[in-house]
Design a protein around this ligand. Structure first.
Ligand SMILES: [Zn+2]
Length: 264
């Protein structure tokens, strides 16, 4: 798909997300490009997303968590994930919900304890980088804030390169009017989302093929995402870019962005 890359074979990136569907929405192009370049992509999803909205009927006896894990497995396969790890915490719901303090909620978990689990995975996989949520929890959802705290702590424990997944607020304001899922998500939390363009350290721009895979990976989360929210003409402008902040210097994700060709 993306041909201007040196091979990343033998190298591993661990990607930590709060819910099933975040991997596709926020880092789908990045994961697919890593996989296409030969890197091993390990996806760690912290909750089962059991408090998500239900857009489709469940089968008799089926739970929301079962449906969401099945969707996650399909998305992970599309994105080239070689190992999927579920941490099994409970979805914490929106800010202020009683679910925030449920004993099994991710938001109520000791971040140090969960970070040690993530750090153990990083070491077991010899991963060189960790992707996790930005300090704002992208749009302020309690599980995304928890994923930030856990990811930042795991990166400190292991010393790997850390990339914080975010969205470019200016881009989404100026060029994408209310057609990204983040707009509705941020409305639900009542909080601002993302960071200004100037605070983005790395922008990965998807090829047409990568964006098509990303769209397919989001679409398999059919319990959460309606077909109408993906079928619009502005999809590429909304989802064709992925944005990161870094706590250290350039590392493996920066290698995914081909330098401009030097004229002979
Ligand atoms: Zn989420």
């Amino acid at each position: 798909m993306f041909t201007n890359l040196s091979s990343l074979s033998g190298r591993t990136v661990l990607v930590l997300h709060a819910h099933p569907d975040d991997e596709a929405i926020f880092t789908g192009v990045t994961m697919r490009r890593l996989a296409d370049a030969g890197a091993r992509v390990v996806l760690v999803t912290a909750t089962l997303g059991e408090l998500g909205e239900v857009h489709v009927p469940l089968a008799p006896g089926e739970t929301m968590a079962q449906r969401r894990v099945a969707e996650l497995e399909s998305a992970a396969a599309l994105l080239g994930v070689q190992r999927l790890v579920l941490l099994g915490a409970r979805d914490s719901g929106l800010p202020g919900a009683a679910d925030n303090v449920h004993p099994d909620a991710l938001a109520a978990a000791d971040p140090g304890r969960v970070a040690r689990r993530v750090a153990a995975l990083i070491e077991e996989e010899s991963a060189e980088a960790l992707v996790h949520d930005d300090g704002r929890g992208i749009y302020g959802h309690p599980d995304h804030l928890a994923a930030h705290r856990i990811g930042a702590a795991a990166a400190r424990l292991t010393g790997v390169a850390a990339y914080q997944s975010t969205v470019d607020r200016d881009h989404l304001h100026d060029r994408v009017t209310r057609s990204h899922l983040i707009h509705a998500a941020a409305e639900a939390t009542g909080l601002p989302f993302g960071v200004p363009s100037a605070d983005v350290a790395l922008r990965i721009s998807g090829s047409a093929a990568e964006v098509n895979v990303k769209r397919a990976a989001i679409a398999v989360h059919a319990s959460q995402v309606s077909p109408e929210s993906l079928g619009h003409a502005g999809f590429d402008e909304a989802y064709g870019y992925e944005w990161y902040q870094r706590s250290g210097g350039p590392a493996i994700l920066d290698e995914l962005v081909a330098p401009a060709a030097v004229p002979a």
